[in-house]
Design a protein around this ligand. Structure first.
Ligand code: GLC
Length: 417
């Protein structure tokens, strides 16, 4: 983390990701808080410094650093939006993990003044998500780009992407295959669609209502909504401490709770599935994000038991077997798109292991959470702080010296004490 410190923020990786990423920074702040609390708070302040006027906290804050990263600020053209801040940022958001992290840091070392300082920004971000991104009044939030899910090339998004015909794709040169092997990165056809979407957004000047109406990609994501629900509870707890009103948040949480299972739960398969708003249909792809509602505490015991018994422990899908040695592959091995080394198509990600370990503990599956921790620590000890790992042999993939892997190593180790 020190190595990737760029002054007021930490780069996710030294070369591949030279700016500040939203949910990476939240996790990095958690890691930093163990040995340098003031620096952790600076990390959070610089992320919030990229907040848009309408409340969105963007997925990347560039901080005026020149780099070979693509898309660069010139490509996003956010200056044409009425809502963009003075600092250069991307024009989309990422999973809102920040309120949860701040509550966790505060629970360990009370920082009441800091909480009071950042609370309005957190509230404005959640309010933006629950208004600007609520397309059907359900309290469930939509994403308009796979990158907003944090799981950029997950096979969950292949169906909605296949419906998109990229037209007049602006000329661009990928930067992501400069530092990492192309076989570990998204396919070119997916990448063209990613870029086409940004082009649609910039032509609509990032006006939220126009994007909801016109984005060719519109999905309700199980991962983002699970994190938002949990973060909403954490934000509410902070509001209570600050003696701030909670009625608005109670309304959000209630609507999400009422609509979550109706929208995402597939009773026949015993899985939570993402929803393609453009087709008004569930996306029938089995990935490890199906377990994320455990992190939100949303499934009842019976559904949690089905998730675990029918899927988590099933060697054909997720449990280590002759093919896969480490918990947990990002995509079920039954999916034809399963790919052990390609990004979100199969590799183990430490962030996912950490979120899911927390979810498992909420439901009393402590042994399974312990196994996630053991495997995460073993992978990092064996292959270093990599971006992701081949679940078969534990080989490190993607970026080297990856910040949130290091931050979460600390979390897992402290958890052991
Ligand atoms: C990739 C990941 C995303 C992460 C970013 C920076 O885009 O998919 O989740 O935030 O890298 O690490």
């Amino acid at each position: 983390m020190h190595h990737n410190d760029a002054g007021g923020f930490t780069k996710p990786g030294p070369r591949q990701y030279p700016h500040q990423w939203n949910w990476d920074s939240a996790v990095i702040a958690l890691g930093l808080s163990h040995f340098d609390l003031p620096r952790a708070l600076t990390e959070i302040r610089s992320l919030i410094g990229g907040q848009w006027r309408d409340g969105m906290i963007p997925h990347v804050v560039y901080h005026d650093r020149p780099s070979d990263y693509f898309p660069d600020p010139a490509f996003w053209q956010t200056e044409n939006s009425l809502h963009a801040p003075a600092v250069a940022t991307s024009g989309i958001t990422q999973p809102p993990l920040l309120a949860t992290v701040i509550r966790q840091i505060h629970a360990r070392t009370p920082i009441p003044e800091f909480v009071r300082e950042v609370y309005p920004a957190l509230l404005r971000w959640h309010r933006w998500l629950l208004t600007a991104r609520d397309a059907d009044g359900s309290g469930l939030v939509c994403i308009i780009h796979p990158w907003e899910s944090g799981t950029d090339d997950s096979p969950r998004w292949l169906n909605p992407l296949a419906d998109i015909t990229p037209t007049d794709v602006p000329v661009f040169k990928r930067g992501d295959t400069t530092h990492v092997a192309a076989a570990e990165r998204p396919h070119q056809a997916d990448y063209e669609r990613f870029i086409h979407l940004i082009d649609v957004f910039r032509r609509n000047r990032y006006e939220p209502a126009a994007l909801l109406a016109r984005s060719p990609f519109l999905a309700q994501d199980v991962l983002l909504n699970s994190i938002l629900y949990r973060a909403g509870e954490d934000l509410r707890a902070l509001a209570v401490e600050l003696d701030e009103p909670t009625a608005e948040m109670d309304g959000w949480l209630e609507r999400m709770r009422v609509n979550f299972d109706a929208r995402f739960w597939d009773e026949d398969r015993g899985l939570y599935l993402d929803y393609n708003m453009r087709r008004a249909a569930p996306i029938p792809v089995n990935t490890a994000l199906t377990f994320m509602p455990l992190f939100a505490g949303l499934p009842d015991q019976q559904k949690a038991a089905r998730l675990i018994n029918e899927h988590w422990l099933n060697p054909i899908e997720y449990a280590p077997d002759s093919r896969v040695r480490y918990w947990i592959t990002t995509t079920s091995q039954t999916e034809p798109t399963w790919d052990a080394r390609r990004y979100w198509r199969g590799p183990v990600w430490i962030i996912l292991n950490w979120l899911l370990a927390d979810g498992l503990r909420r439901y009393g599956f402590d042994d399974l959470a312990d196994a996630l921790r053991r495997d995460s620590l073993e992978l990092m000890a064996r292959s270093g702080f990599r971006e992701y790992y081949d679940p078969r042999d534990g080989a490190g993939c993607g970026s080297t010296d990856f910040s949130w892997s290091a931050a979460l190593a600390l979390e897992f180790l402290i958890d052991l004490e």
